[in-house]
Design a binder for this molecule. Structure first.
Ligand code: GLA
Length: 391
């Protein structure tokens, strides 16, 4: 794979000589959905597939970028003085946004680089191909400019690029999981304090299986921002009634039940109910996993899906069909949608001996219900964004 990419880089940029190769993973969230921007807990892990980057430093302030996933976009060029969003720049807006975030933070970025990328994450599948690209660029910027910064800061700058340059008001989960990923571990992250703990994923003869609905997310970005706005409105309502919180994630379920009558807008109430209960489920789920209670963890995954379906309303017929089929399939310990929703992927825990049957039966029922063909991946949990070396 890497050799092929290096060859392609040399051909495209008509270059001979040494190149640097970088990798940034995708992520899957096991539980804790739409809790990150509510100051709650998430429990994601980095995957062993992601975005590869082949890069060579330049002596001027120009960047040239090419993606093997978007060959039709061709090579895009810009300098450190041209870091503005342009629709026709397509995926290159993500790197531009990250470079701008670094510059705005005071880092001295005055030399550019030539870059070829190739992603093995299906785009728009909710496995964070965009955050993967953002962290890839961050790691290259740090390496090429010898920047005095750490991974958590790069994670924050990558999120800032997505919020301010791209205009998606995402939380910090994706960038954090991708930057801080650790082989065979998920990360329990408190999105308010950014305190985190690794939890080894040993599933006692079961595996994490990702299934892609192959329904593209479409209008998801605006719906995502709407959900976030509803939760913020609920916080405002509560604060207007004598409660003093910054995020819904500060409330336990009991505390919330005592004050929820203040939220009179039914939609806001449903959104807030999800945010609070999901946060509690996530903490409980990790306790169960750490105690070896995989079944208990799976049950909470199922409840998470129901809450995302009924209270947060971010599932849709494709995700519900895929999860519904999974709940009936042999060897399934738990199954839910993962990521922002509205399409994208589900995540299931399936007993190893039943995985083939699971893929066959779930794939068949999903096709019958939706006319779409799902793709399945048995996930391997890998390390975070990093340099692979000089070649
Ligand atoms: C997207 C966002 C994350 C998070 C999830 C939902 O992946 O980028 O910040 O909010 O949706 O849990």
């Amino acid at each position: 794979m890497i050799e092929k990419l290096i060859k392609e880089f040399k051909k495209i940029y008509n270059y001979e000589g040494k190149v640097e190769v970088f990798f940034s993973p995708g992520r899957v969230n096991l539980i804790g959905e739409h809790t990150d921007y509510n100051g709650g807990f998430v429990f994601p892990c980095a995957l062993n597939f992601g975005t590869y980057g082949v890069a060579v430093k330049r002596e001027d302030n120009r960047f040239r970028m090419y993606s093997m996933n978007f060959e039709n976009v061709g090579i895009k060029e810009f300098t450190t003085d041209e870091l503005v969003y342009k629709k026709e720049d397509d995926w290159v807006n993500y790197p531009k946004g990250v470079i701008k975030a670094f510059k705005d933070a005071g880092f001295n970025i005055n030399k550019g680089f030539d870059l070829l990328i190739c992603g093995t994450i299906p785009n728009g599948a909710g496995l964070s191909s965009s955050a993967s690209l953002e962290l890839l660029i961050s790691v290259i910027l740090k390496d090429f400019n010898n920047l005095d910064t750490d991974m958590v800061n790069m994670i924050k700058l990558s999120q800032k690029a997505e919020n301010e340059f791209i205009g998606v008001n995402c939380g910090i989960m994706d960038q954090f999981a991708i930057g801080m990923g650790k082989e065979n571990n998920a990360i329990l992250l408190d999105c308010n304090s950014l305190e985190y703990k690794y939890a080894p994923i040993s599933l006692n003869g079961a595996s994490v299986v990702i299934a892609n609905t192959n329904k593209k997310r479409g209008l998801a970005d605006s719906k995502y921002n709407e959900r976030r706005a509803s939760c913020e409105a609920a916080v405002k309502t509560l604060n207007g009634n004598g409660i003093n919180i910054k995020y819904l994630g500060e409330l336990t379920v009991d505390e919330f039940n005592k004050v929820k009558h203040f939220i009179t807008d039914p939609e806001q109430l449903k959104r807030a109910t999800h945010a609070v209960t999901e946060n509690a489920r996530t903490q409980e789920a990790v306790k169960k996993l750490n105690a070896g209670d995989i079944e208990g963890f799976g049950k909470l995954m199922n409840q998470s899906h129901i809450s995302l379906r009924d209270d947060y309303e971010v599932t849709g017929v494709e995700l519900d069909s895929l999860v519904g089929a999974a709940w009936k399939a042999p060897g399934v310990i738990g199954s839910r949608m993962t990521g922002a929703g509205f399409g994208g992927c589900t995540v299931s825990i399936v007993k190893d001996e039943d995985i083939n049957k699971f893929i066959e039966e779930v794939g068949k029922e999903y096709k019958e219900k939706t006319g779409l063909t799902a793709d399945f991946y048995v996930a391997k949990i890998g390390d975070g964004s990093r340099k692979l070396g000089e070649f």
